[in-house]
Design a binder for this molecule. Sequence first.
Ligand code: BGC
Length: 725
Amino acid sequence: MGCIYKDKTRTVAERVNDLLERMTLEEKIGQMMQISFTSVSRKEAEEWVTERCAGSFLHTLGDDARHLQKLALSTRLGIPLLFGIDAVRGHALHNGATIFPTQLAMACSWNPELIRMAGRVTAREVSADGLHWTFSPILCLGRDLRWGRINETFGEDPYLTGVLAASIIQGYQGDSLSDADSILACAKHYIAYGEGTGGRDAYDSQISIRKVREVFLPPFRKAVEARCATFMSSYQSIDGTPVTANKKVLRKLLKDELGFEGFVVTDWDNTLSLIVNQHVAGDMETAARKAVEAGNDMIMNTNAFYDAALKLAGEGVIPVELIDDAVRRILKMKFELGLFDGKAYTQPGTNTDAIGCEEHLAVALDLTRECIVLLENRNNTLPLAEMVKKIAVIGPNADNIQSQFGDWTFLSHPTPKPHEVPKLPVRTFLSGIMELAEKRGISVTYHRGCDIMNKDDEDIAGAVECASTADVVIAVVGDCLEQNGEYKDRADLALSGSQQKLLESLKQCGKPLIVILVNGKPLAIPWVAKNADAVLETFNSGLFGGKAAAEIIFGEVNPSGKLPISFPYHSGQLPVYYNHLPGWHGGRYMDMPEKPLYSFGYGLSFTSYEYSNLHLSHTACSADDTVTVSVDVTNKGPYDGKETVQLYVKDVISSVVTPVKQLKGFMKTEIKSGETKTVKIDLPVRELFIIDENENQVVEPGEFEILVGPDSRDESLLKAVLTVV
Ligand code: BGC
């Protein structure tokens, strides 16, 4: 008689139960272990598989993964390994794979469908490499711009983050997890990780559970609804309780209340962190017990957990039901993924043609075109006029692949490798501009001008000389890898090194000055905003940033990106997110403007759009209704374009203080020059919820302002009133 767990015709639940019954306690705890391939020797890695039945590895690629999988399949029960990888913007730790813009840049597209396709491409490339699981998407909110990981977020807004997260999860996981090219997604870092006080990474988030529910939970709730297979618990503490040990937010809120059926993996060595960083456990046994009780199912890279948990579970200190629940969740995902049915192992070379293939690169290019935001365009400087015959491209990020790529690619992980040569063709801003200029008989000169970090490394005079003979100057400035990522929180968001001096000197040449920003996150650039003739924000755009920017500069593409995050005038103005609370006396610092430099949702086009006829399908409704909001948008300019219509809501009177406005819907649509389109957005009234003082999610009766327009600024929005009865 064959085993039930090996029988494909049985249900996943039957197979999981059968396998669990056959497992020893050692094998169960083994399944809870995720081993970092780069942190152990090859021999140790093999022993984790053959002697302790480890459940998962991370950061293993290609032949190494295949080797370990073969070992796993030959153990007593033959439980396949699950391989995880940080494929957070394509399978980008693999040189040769398609590299997408960072999540922050992707979010500028406001295009859920293109982001879903990016997820699909990633899943195909990761699975072609024999791996099964990406630690993506990141659902942290980018609200304090000093935080080093802003580049990894979809921006500052819970609603936009939730919608884009659901799209990319759908892309990763496909129609069915068992499809050959589907992988597990991981919603991380659960929860409120970006909210470390002072923008400090992994530091305490001084917020209440009410605030967690109101602001930080909604995107994760959308991830659960999108059937995201795994969640990662975050590094930081919330009001003093580390999330790794936080039963309230993990076991109770996520698992019991939201009904999450997948498994939770800790973040990197988080169980040890309870001892050495957060000091809430004096030894590994206490840390292991707290981590399991809180609701973590898989332990990333704290290998000492194994012995401690085995001892405690043997003594009954950790109830075996908790261990069984964790292992059941892990096995469930392994079965659903099809690992027991032939998907565990890919033959070398199978499907590897998919990695970095033409079709995938085309998706990356399409998305990148929509990720660029036109922030300024005085006197229609862009697209470039036909009389331009000579362009000077200046600046430290003009021809700098590492800055352009940003974090989490093979150039940056596990250690920065600035000189590794990309296997796929990359367009830097310089090469992208040169390519299109050449076709038009325009000459291009280049000078680096200065360094980003080092003030002594500059040749401003040389740059000015290069610029002085040109018809226009394109300055490519911003930040660099050293200023973004984990351990790289910044107190000062001004342009670093001699970049400000470089720009001011270039301005004095008297030529039109176009600034391209290449940066991990919004910088404080009031001088640029005021003095540049045109500004393009590209963030970290991946393989095709230079090509897409050049297409915009020469008018081949009409920009359609909008900011998913607000820009400050100055770091001291932080936080500047648009959905802030009312009540601040004076509403501003006395020495700072009251508005952000650039607002959430903002972005220009070569054409202009006029909004009119805001209409609600009904003006009085109950909490279970859906109201259809419609508005006419007319393209008044000479270019066809894509516009993102944004719907905000303001709760006029509420029992707790609520934000001045909140995004609750959006739609990106193509509108031809001269055309008027009626755009309809459904607003489920349950989206108008608040979290009341007792932490209940309720829709309170009363009036709500429905605000529709091209960005979040008051002056941009048409208004109607909806009454909830
Ligand atoms: C990061 C996670 C990442 C993990 C594995 C951690 O340091 O916080 O985002 O998935 O490492 O690389």
